[in-house]
Write a protein that binds this ligand. Sequence first.
Ligand code: F6P
Length: 319
Amino acid sequence: MTSVAVLCSGGDAPGMNAAVRSLVRNGLQQGYQMLGVEDGYAGLIKGRMVALNSLSVADILNRGGAFLGSARSPEFMTPQGLHAAVANCHKHHIDVLVVIGGDGSYRGAATLVEQGIKVIGLPGTIDNDIGCTDYTIGFDTAVNTAVEAIYRLRDTSSSHHRASVVEVMGRHAGYIALYAGIAAGADMILLPEQPVAAEAVASELLRHQRAGKDHQLIVVGEGWGNSEELAKYLHQTTGIRINHDVLGHIQRGGEPLPMDRIHASCMAQYAIQLIAAGKLNELVGWRAGEYMSVPIAVGSAEIKPIPASMVDLAQVLSH
Ligand code: F6P
């Protein structure tokens, strides 16, 4: 009997549970034995597997987080850790390992492939920064959470005629900042991909003030730089009172929105179809409105630039 194991890796993302549920139920339909690995690669190293049946994935569709647990595992990057992980795949007779995670998790998956383990990747990260797919599971929910929080912050900064500097997640990628910034009507959006000097931010703030704006919103993508220092600098140089807030991990939690549940369910179904067709070592994605896959060696090397037209749009809308 074909045995398929699934793990969640890296930062959790809303919709990971929906992906596991769909994977398990589609896998059982094919007659596969389904296993869950607890706590990502860390659990694989320790051989922490649980058998999954249809009931074990009941009532998780709407649950945030990853019920199997997720982890970043420095040990997996060591030769000993990798060796233990591979040994456990053999010991538990895993024919295919499905990895749900972001780019770091995909690099881990590529290492396993080099060791002869068969892998399928599903894109699960709030950052939406995986090159070989237009969408990653969790992004829509995270953007929605960010926009909702930003609107609360807007209420108070507008009452007090202050500027609000809000940091959103995205260590390397500005997708959350760009989408949340546009959706929340930001006056400025600072992206990790586009270095901008604090001096330029200060003069823009003053320009907006001269144009009559008595409150402003600056959305900062985490990887752009230190938003707290920026807020202090802006206050010192412009005299404008600034609120500074970091939304942080609140963006990773919470019930997945329908968009994430649907993408997760469909991508997992696609993964099982790949396994059934014997097309392995692939990364599943969604491109131009269709589910698709690319070989792991190709897909993990792809980079995803920030959409220039949306950056231009944000600029125009802020005037
Ligand atoms: O999972 C992606 C992400 O949320 C990034 O946006 C963020 O930079 C990072 O994870 C934070 O990771 P951790 O929870 O390990 O600090």
